[in-house]
Write a protein that binds this ligand. Sequence first.
Ligand SMILES: [Zn+2]
Length: 159
Amino acid sequence: MSRMIESARPTVIAANPDQWSEKSKQSVAFGFRREYRDEPYNCWHCKAASLFTAQEQKYTFEVQKASINQSRILCEVCWQESNRIRAALRTCEEAWTLSKVELKTDEAFLGRWLQLLLQLEQYVPCKPDTAKRSMLSKLLAGAKTDGRKRDGGCDKSEK
Ligand SMILES: [Zn+2]
């Protein structure tokens, strides 16, 4: 006989749509959703088999008031990583707002920012921020040219 370690956790729990956000209450699901059921999925980034548990669903939709149409695409590890990247991006944005003039020619800063944008694309299957990317690429190219002039011509071109 196999011992089910996970048997203590319910795989199906009752839903209380009255606790949903106002927007979720207007969805079709409001009329018929009576329960949450463990939802298996594969992480969009690392492909790991993951589970959006019934309990997590209840918390997400009823406490955090997330849209009932929301589904999980990242595993826990990748979710944390994507949040870390987002936080780092916010720091870049803030620094940019404060000292645009100096940072415009800061190769290290621009490179780091661009790298973060590219990293985030690995975790988010939506339209990338191409406008910001091309702005950074352009500034970075300019900053590198300036640097080269100052350094007396380092000819290490990437792409
Ligand atoms: Zn993952």
